[in-house]
Design a protein around this ligand. Structure first.
Ligand SMILES: [Mg+2]
Length: 289
């Protein structure tokens, strides 16, 4: 088994005590999405992506459609429209496929869709690495991606030791129950057994797993719909990849590199010189791939 990175996936207990807590501290934790948030759309990955997938994950849209055609036997002529609709209705194409009755192994889907991505296009980002290491608050990844994908991206960006924990697909969906017939009213869209952003259930589960108080947590994501749900749960929201303020967004950043300029209070709250046990705290449990 190949070992990638040094991310802690489930170990959140010790990190609560790894940062100096100040009474009345406004923020205690920062949550980060991964795709199109930790790296920009301009990273070159988009050059690998073909037409009609702009609103689906730019990194894996094509391959999820390829999976639908080659593994699930869905008609090629409808697949782009179908994938888009499922993404809109269910948060991810995978969640939508399960909702409408397709049964498949989650690991098979992830290895097909993510296992062949051109990760070499992602380059180390020392600027972001320094920012994260200087940030004196607990940092947790919150991604719909699977564990191996998150580990690959974080490793390629050189950020393996920058986070205190990871909430990913396997964290939110620890078991795959393949037989969940849907007997709901047919006038409503069927429910999906997959827990993922942008649905509130995913956020509530993340808060519980990581022991977060959403009202003292900042959430960085490139997806406006994720941010709108986040805002409704009490999180403070930062839209990455846009400078437009809109409903559900507290701050908008063109790049995550702008986080210190936009949110200087994060570094001032405790005093950056006192901090950051992240580097030593994060080297615990290797991510499996
Ligand atoms: Mg994203």
């Amino acid at each position: 088994m190949q070992r990638l990175g040094l991310l802690k996936i489930f170990g959140f207990e010790m990190e609560k005590d790894s940062y100096q807590q100040v009474s009345g501290q406004k923020y205690e934790c920062v949550l980060f999405d991964v795709d199109d948030t930790l790296y920009p759309l301009s990273s070159g990955i988009s050059a690998e992506i073909t037409k009609n997938i702009a609103v689906i994950c730019l990194f894996c849209g094509c391959l999820s459609q390829e999976y639908m055609v080659t593994k699930l036997g869905i008609d090629q002529t409808n697949v782009t429209e179908m994938a888009l609709q499922l993404y809109k209705d269910y948060g991810t194409t995978m969640a939508g496929l399960r909702a409408i009755g397709y049964d498949f192994d989650y690991d098979d889907y992830h290895s097909f869709v993510h296992g062949r991505l051109p990760y070499e296009m992602l380059k180390p980002d020392p600027v972001l690495r320094n920012l994260l290491h200087s940030l004196p608050i607990r940092k947790v990844i919150f991604s719909n991606g699977n564990e191996a994908h998150v580990a690959q991206v974080v490793s390629r960006l050189g950020l393996e030791d920058c986070f205190d924990g990871v909430i990913c697909f396997e964290t939110l969906n620890p078991t795959h129950n393949s037989s969940e017939p849907n007997d709901d009213d047919v006038s409503e869209i069927p429910k999906t057994p997959v827990i993922c952003k942008p649905f509130e259930e995913a956020f509530e589960k993340a808060f519980k797993i990581a022991g977060m108080n959403p009202e003292k947590t900042l959430f960085f994501d490139d997806s406006i719909r994720n941010l709108k749900t986040a805002k409704s749960t009490g999180l403070h929201t930062i839209w990455v990849g846009s400078s437009h303020q809109t409903t559900g967004v507290d701050h908008a950043l063109e790049s995550i590199h702008n986080m210190r300029e936009a949110l200087p209070e994060l570094w001032e709250a405790i005093g950056a010189s006192d901090v950051c046990s992240t580097e030593k705290a994060a080297i615990e449990t290797p991510v499996r791939a």
